[in-house]
Design a protein around this ligand. Structure first.
Ligand SMILES: NC(=O)CC[C@H](N)C(=O)O
Length: 386
């Protein structure tokens, strides 16, 4: 016995299918992600807050769910839309089926949707708000009204919702995750001699692990932490995380970044962090037509001509034409020419729009973490470099 579900878009398009998750109604911006793997990382990435995610890869759920693959403590996407849920899931790491997980996490999800039609529609018309109903008395008229009532992500500050309420220390690298050895988590390791303060605007665990893998111990701080509080930690570097929503209304973060820049401490931003660095430098951000969400986006380095295949997940972008003279464009998307990276000419600060930590995705851009470490080491007194 299957339970019906329906997705209604604000333009009136209707997609009927089958409920594969929790019962209820969810609204949000509908986005498509073209990655062929990583459904669990995508669902738990806090950048997907208030978004109903459709995956263009047709079979979703094949490998079940593994707690270690979560990018945060829970599912963050507002809902999931897929073509086909395989009848059997199979993987040695799997602890749960995808539907079991979705129900446990109270996530509404629909399968048997023509995700190709949906994706083409979003590409042609641009991002649309939608309403997903499942396992309840379906009401398509009410769903249309709910989709139209959703205000959209433009102007929405979601970083302050996604962030941690309290600062915490992160010392887990990829190795301890792979081995499950808690002893490997301790930062008594002399390699971890760089201290990074990471702003959490909705940070992914893969970023924190990458920082540890590169020799950093990390203090994660809430989005509204002031520049003075950050400087009190005496960091070697400051990291600006990814996160959901529109960067423009996050004035508290923009002001903090402005004063942190003048401290001369190295700053590295990813995705929302990149957009916030751009805004702090005086550039503007724009809402893109349907954004970039996938794991095979080519990006060119304007500094050395190298082409890298990158993981992407953003619906806003820094407008290259608005960059002040103090900021250099360093990367561009080869899909649509949009700005993908910047570097400050006067301060040790740089950022990338895509995801060097991947998860899911290729690791071509991972050397940006090495560049951040090199910047920190350059500034660190020699005595600390043993
Ligand atoms: N992954 C991210 O950090 C996303 C940044 C921002 N919310 C956007 O959609 O553009």
């Amino acid at each position: 016995m299957t339970t019906p579900a329906v997705l209604v878009l604000e333009d009136g398009a209707i997609f009927r299918g089958v409920a594969i998750g929790a019962t209820g109604e969810r609204v949000g911006e509908v986005v498509f992600n073209t990655a062929m793997t990583g459904y669990q990382e995508i669902l738990t990435d806090p950048s997907y807050l208030r978004q109903l995610v459709t995956l263009t890869y047709p079979h979703i759920g094949n490998t079940g769910v593994t707690p270690e693959d979560a990018e945060s403590s829970q599912v963050q996407a507002a809902g999931l839309i897929v073509r086909d849920l395989p009848a059997v899931h199979s993987n040695w790491r799997s602890r749960q089926s995808l539907p079991e997980y979705l129900i446990a996490q109270n996530v509404v999800a629909i399968s048997e949707v023509d995700t190709r039609r949906l994706t083409r529609l979003l590409r042609e018309k641009g991002a649309q708000n939608g309403c997903l109903q499942a396992g309840m008395q379906l009401d398509e008229t009410a769903a249309l009204e709910a989709a139209r009532a959703f205000p959209g992500l433009k102007g929405m500050d979601l970083a302050q919702i996604a962030t941690t309420s309290m600062p915490y220390t992160w010392t887990q690298g990829s190795w301890s995750l792979a081995t499950g050895d808690p002893a490997a988590l301790e930062f008594t390791d002399p390699q971890l001699n760089l201290h990074v303060v990471a702003y959490d605007f909705g940070i992914k665990r893969a970023i924190l692990r990458q920082l540890v893998d590169h020799g950093c111990r990390v203090t994660v701080v809430p989005a509204r932490t002031s520049a003075a509080e950050v400087l009190n930690y005496q960091p070697d570097g400051i990291f600006l995380s990814n996160g959901p929503g529109d960067p423009a209304p996050c004035d508290y973060a923009i002001h903090a970044i402005q004063s942190l820049l003048t401290s001369g401490i190295p700053v590295f931003g990813i995705c929302l962090g990149h957009q916030l660095l751009g805004l702090a430098c005086g550039a503007q951000t724009i809402k893109m037509k349907f954004g970039h969400h996938g794991a095979n986006h080519p990006v060119v380095s304007l500094e050395n001509g190298a082409v890298m295949i990158s993981s992407q997940n953003h619906g806003f972008a820094v407008d290259e034409s608005s960059l002040p003279a103090t900021v250099l464009a360093t990367h561009r998307s080869l899909f649509d020419g949009s700005l993908q990276g910047i570097r400050h000419r006067d301060y040790p600060a740089f950022s990338f729009q895509g995801h060097p930590e991947a998860s899911p995705g290729p690791h071509d851009v991972a050397p940006l973490f090495t560049a951040f470490v090199a910047m920190m080491r350059q500034r660190q007194p020699l005595a600390n470099q043993d």
